[in-house]
Design a protein around this ligand. Structure first.
Ligand code: SAM
Length: 227
């Protein structure tokens, strides 16, 4: 059930001190001293599963705040424990990653402001094969409107799957959407993040072990004249 978790009423209500205590100490330390410029979450891993991507990204972008969004309670708790253990074993590292239990299909705008995110990840999402269940896919024209809203112009959306039909579906939605354009393949290959898509997550490792093919669609948020 996805009905028993708290949802912030707006992005301002997201308690960053709970997620990134090293950057947002709960005790602001008295008056006078202005806190450092507020930092924002910049990367979102949607349906993060066991958190392998966050763990891989953390040292690559040590100054970027990232969050995983995961629907399953137990899986979310596992990722929390995993991050706490990594912080304990590696002081000063992994302070920039966190996870939240939520339904990303309903609550993205509760977590992020307009143009807040510079990267969004959709790695090996559930395929929902049946036509009548396509509306449950995490990439759709409607949801891309929401993702475009929370993404900065120039930001990148990364998708990958081992299900060819889903890969084609995600690509075709992104191609049709006026606020995204494809990232050229040579740019993709030079992007250090690209390698993580097919190596860092638990699902990607399972696919690799079984020798499965993968299909990626990586698009850039662009602006329209009206914006
Ligand atoms: N991205 C991870 C990986 O590559 O290992 C996990 C892939 S797993 C096949 C899909 C994940 O998406 C599951 O952990 C599932 O619980 C989560 N999920 C499905 N629908 C979701 C939703 N609406 N909001 C958040 N997470 C969701």
């Amino acid at each position: 059930s996805d009905s028993h978790f708290p949802v912030p009423i707006s992005p301002e209500e997201v308690d960053l001190s709970q997620h990134y205590p090293r950057y947002f100490p709960a005790d602001k330390g008295g008056d006078g001293e202005e806190a450092a410029a507020p930092r924002r979450i910049r990367f979102a891993d949607v349906g993060c599963g066991f958190g392998g991507l966050l763990v891989g990204l953390s040292p690559l972008f040590p100054d970027t705040l990232m969050i995983g969004m995961e629907l399953r309670d137990k899986v979310t708790e596992y990722v929390k424990e995993r991050i706490l253990a990594l912080r304990a074993a590696n002081p000063g590292q992994y302070d920039n990653i966190s996870v939240v239990r939520t339904n990303s299909m309903k609550y993205i705008p509760n977590y992020f402001r307009k143009a807040q995110l510079t990267k969004m990840f959709f790695l090996f999402p559930d395929p929902h094969f049946k036509e009548k269940n396509h509306r449950r896919r995490v990439i759709s024209m409607q949801l891309l409107d929401e993702y475009a809203y929370v993404m900065e112009v120039g930001g990148i959306i990364y998708t990958i799957t081992d299900v060819e039909e889903l890969g084609e579906w995600m690509r075709s939605c992104l191609e049709k959407h006026p606020l995204f354009e494809t990232v050229p393949e040579e740019e993709i290959k030079a992007d250090p993040v690209f390698k993580l898509l097919s190596t860092a997550t638990e699902e990607s490792q399972k696919v690799a072990r079984n020798g499965g093919q993968t299909f990626h669609a990586i698009f850039r948020r662009i602006s329209l004249q009206e914006e």
